[in-house]
Ligand binder design. Sequence first.
Ligand code: NAD
Length: 350
Amino acid sequence: MDLFTLPDFDGHEQVVFGHDRATGLRAILAIHSTALGPAAGGCRMWAYPSSDEALTDALRLSRGMSYKNAMAELDFGGGKAVIIGDARAHKTPALFQAFGRLVESLGGRYITAEDVGTTTADMEQVATQTRFVSGLARTSGEVGGDPGPKTALGVFLGIRAAVRFQLGRSLEGVGVAVQGLGGVGHPLCRLLAADGARLTVADARAELAEQVRDELGATVVPAEAILEQQAEVLAPCALGAVLNERSIPRLRARVVAGAANNQLAREADGQALMKAGILYAPDYVINAGGIINVAHEYHGGSSEAAVRAAIEKIPERLTAIFERARRESLPTSVVADQMARERLRAGRAG
Ligand code: NAD
């Protein structure tokens, strides 16, 4: 394998392979860019079938973090770590301590946090070895803790801006189909309902959908039917790659705006949405509320009001993307990537 010609290698500054014999740690830590500040991004634990696949994931996810942090106007670059292993079977406190020493060895060029397969408790172990970690348990009154409700707030404000841009109206009476009612989807439904939206919801776990029906009067549909609901807005808040060549022709929404990461299966799907007349809110721009919360936690001395004010900038950013996409006849996904790269270049030059 020629590392520097891999399709997902994008001029990454540094890629570190970490191994610890005593604990069995096998980790890959990718720093895409520190142009705007130390590279920040979570640590994923996954039973990758091969180290090639772990490397590809680390390269792709770390670039995504550069774009996400740049567009959220955070003074952070982009990085990501992956630990190869089954999160249900191979976790030990010592493993995360060894990972903490690996993070510490980079002297602050990379800041870690929890991600898929890792938890606040794991990060507490990391924090015994390094201060370059965020997403720790907080006592009440401190900024931090579960980022889900903050992500939901940003997505809600983003949906409002997208509906205003595409349909020229408020959310009163607008149909919103929400896929996934977990840590983000459920608080998002509360905000949407309070603003007058009509909710149609689905979750792979039927009891979560029933809870939202009972609490907010939402209509529940089977999980496999949610994407093609007759609703002005589709909010994917479950899995990635839901927007693909099979699903896009079946969509009936005029706006797609939700929390899920990597909603487009391929770059070409952004073009397909544009051709279908559907306004797409780029996922890493609309779902930045959580990372904004994590950034404020990391820097310390912040307040809930400051976090909220930073999240309230998400709709302005989205509207700027929508306007430029319309002017230049480009997909919003392409425009968001262009804007993120412009910010990274400006950071490098500055
Ligand atoms: P979560 O695991 O709490 O909730 C996801 C929900 O989706 C679960 O209830 C699950 O049962 C449901 N689901 C899974 N497959 C489904 C399907 N096919 N149809 C319908 N429902 C299905 O996750 P979360 O924290 O709410 O995050 C949701 C999405 O947003 C994820 O893609 C995540 O990566 C992304 N995201 C989350 C945050 C955050 O702050 N939590 C931040 C940025 C992005």
